[in-house]
Write a protein that binds this ligand. Structure first.
Ligand code: HEC
Length: 223
């Protein structure tokens, strides 16, 4: 009758089989570096973009905006190339969202110049009369807090050194405060005088919005 008539042997053998199953499904994935697809063309957020993302989460923008273009003809026509899993490799937590009170933002990077965003964030109804998006003008009145940027980047393992983080923040500040910045008028229009030479929360949110989908757009454009 083989093993079926030997209860003790059967119990031991089943325990061994279950143990092997447990080890394979629980412990081996723990030793693997990541199960998330990673592609070279998707770049991690810079320190400023990451701060902007945190403000986006803090303000609950994801309650009205999704970040997933589904592979449906209507969505691809409206927003562009549908979202791929590897695009979210650096998103912890991901912000796919489920409510579309506003349009999907996964391809908004590069769609408008920064100046458009400054005006729209400060007063959405000035761009679309019927918009029910609340105004966020006060974001330009808050200096960007970068005290924890290095720590955040270390925890998220983006691989930048402390100097690189400082350089990213300094570079972005130099860009938006430069006299030749092409959205200077719109930025100065919403930013109080004393903060025009500093980075504000609105600068960071716009840096983040401009990053959304840009890697994919660059890949499509072939550079
Ligand atoms: C109450 C819902 C609501 C919230 C909260 C909200 N939005 Fe919107 N958003 C909308 C709607 C509706 C539109 C479309 C009309 C418009 O452009 O104003 C929109 C449009 C946008 C657009 C333009 C998208 C495009 O492709 O034209 C951007 C960018 C945007 N929102 C960013 C944000 C950010 C950043 C936040 C958080 C700070 C935010 N929104 C919070 C409802 C919302």
């Amino acid at each position: 009758m083989g093993v079926y008539s030997k209860p003790v042997v059967f119990a031991i053998l089943s325990a061994v089989v279950i143990l092997i199953g447990t080890v394979v499904t629980v412990f081996i994935p723990m030793l693997m570096p990541s199960t998330q697809p990673v592609s070279g063309y998707v770049k991690p957020y810079t320190a400023v973009e990451l701060e902007g993302r945190d403000i986006y989460i803090r303000e609950g923008c994801n309650n009205c905006h999704t970040q997933t273009v589904r592979p449906l003809r209507t969505e691809v026509l409206r927003y562009g190339e549908y979202s791929k899993p590897e695009e979210f490799a650096y998103d912890r937590p991901f912000l796919w969202g489920s409510r579309r009170t506003g349009p999907d933002l996964n391809r908004v990077g590069g769609k408008y110049p920064d100046s458009w965003h400054y005006k729209h964030m400060a007063d959405p109804q000035s761009m679309f009369g019927k918009s029910n998006m609340p105004p966020y003008a006060w974001m330009a009145q808050n200096r960007l807090d970068t005290r924890y940027s290095v720590k955040k980047i270390r925890i998220l393992d983006y691989g930048y050194t402390e100097e690189e983080v400082a350089a990213q923040i300094a570079d972005y500040r130099a860009k938006v405060t430069s006299p030749s910045y092409n959205s200077k008028r719109a930025r100065n229009g919403v930013t109080p005088k004393e903060l025009q030479n500093e980075l504000t929360e609105m600068d960071a949110v716009i840096a983040y919005l401009q990053k959304l989908g840009r890697d994919v757009k660059k890949l499509e454009a072939g550079n």
